[in-house]
Design a binder for this molecule. Structure first.
Ligand SMILES: NC(=O)c1ccc[n+]([C@@H]2O[C@H](COP(=O)([O-])OP(=O)(O)OC[C@H]3O[C@@H](n4cnc5c(N)ncnc54)[C@H](O)[C@@H]3O)[C@@H](O)[C@H]2O)c1
Length: 260
């Protein structure tokens, strides 16, 4: 797998931490020229880690992908830096709050859609001219098994949107050589986040609602456990690679048997 992404330009969003970080470093280690995109400034240090590890050919870009301008600027930067784009991997997202739907305030519903649907919708649109100019390419969207789960209905709806846009975009652009696929991770163990999902922090009540979601997620798996970051990164790298060249329009559940 060492040269899996040799000669490919890969843009990874949400690359500063978690699944996106693992994916971006994995693409770089497999020979890709990789743009690490994130809202967090320290994404530059993460891209430098890849350089430090001898992968070379990585750089970073700071953008707020909840704005269309942010998505457009990030993808334009990749073209300026590397001369084109072959693969876009959309990792930005994540439930901000866990609570019964009746407890969500309207602004909190909007925030979940902005975080977990719009960055993917915008980046998919902004990358299309570049993929078409290249004669094709691949988009991998990171969805979630939370399309069926408790305590985060707006996030579930956002990820249902990601699944729908994956299928529809794949159908529309397949003949132009563009593959669009998604992975749907389940609960994933990761080190404490440098950037929390919710900057305000959780109240005791919110932590209890979170625990209910964690319990439901664990019980819904056949394996009765969370996955690891590596178990999420590997299928995403496969979907992005040419080994998956006849897979398009589908969402791969990566959730220990829970299909979401
Ligand atoms: N971790 C899990 O248990 C889990 C489970 C199912 C699905 N997922 C999905 O996997 C993806 C990655 O999850 P994670 O837990 O690794 O993420 P995370 O919350 O640890 O990291 C998300 C990254 O995205 C960046 N980001 C957030 N908003 C942004 C914005 N507006 N513009 C640019 N960058 C922004 C953050 O700075 C951060 O680096 C998400 O789409 C999430 O919904 C995660």
């Amino acid at each position: 797998m060492k040269n899996r992404f040799e000669g490919k330009v890969v843009v990874v969003t949400g690359a500063a931490q978690g699944i996106g970080r693992g994916v971006a470093l994995g693409c770089a280690a497999a020979g890709g020229r990789v743009l690490f995109v994130d809202r967090a400034d320290f994404v530059a240090d993460v891209a430098a880690e890849a350089v430090g590890a001898g992968s070379g050919n990585t750089t970073s870009f700071v953008a707020d992908l909840e704005t269309y301008e942010g998505a457009q600027a990030a993808l334009a930067f990749a073209v300026e830096k590397f001369g084109g784009i072959d693969i876009l991997i959309n990792c930005v997202g994540g439930a901000i709050r866990m609570r019964p739907y009746a407890e969500f305030e309207p602004a909190q519903i909007d925030a979940e859609i902005r975080r977990s649907l719009m960055p993917t919708l915008y980046a998919c649109h902004a990358v299309l001219p570049h993929l078409l100019a290249r004669g094709g390419g691949t988009i991998v969207n990171v969805s979630s098994n939370a399309t069926r789960g408790i305590r985060r209905v707006p996030y579930s709806a956002a990820k249902g949107g990601v699944n729908a846009l994956t299928a529809a975009l794949a159908m529309e652009y397949g003949q132009q050589g563009i593959r669009v696929v998604a992975s749907a991770p389940g609960g994933t163990l990761a080190p404490p986040r440098r950037i929390p999902r919710n900057a305000v922090g959780d109240t005791e009540k919110e932590q209890a609602w979170m625990n209910e979601a964690v319990q439901q997620v664990t019980e819904s798996t056949f394996l009765k456990r969370y996955g690891s970051l590596d178990e999420q990164v590997a299928p995403i790298l496969f979907l992005a690679s040419d080994e998956a060249s006849y897979i398009t329009g589908s969402v791969l559940p990566v959730a220990g048997g829970d299909n979401g």
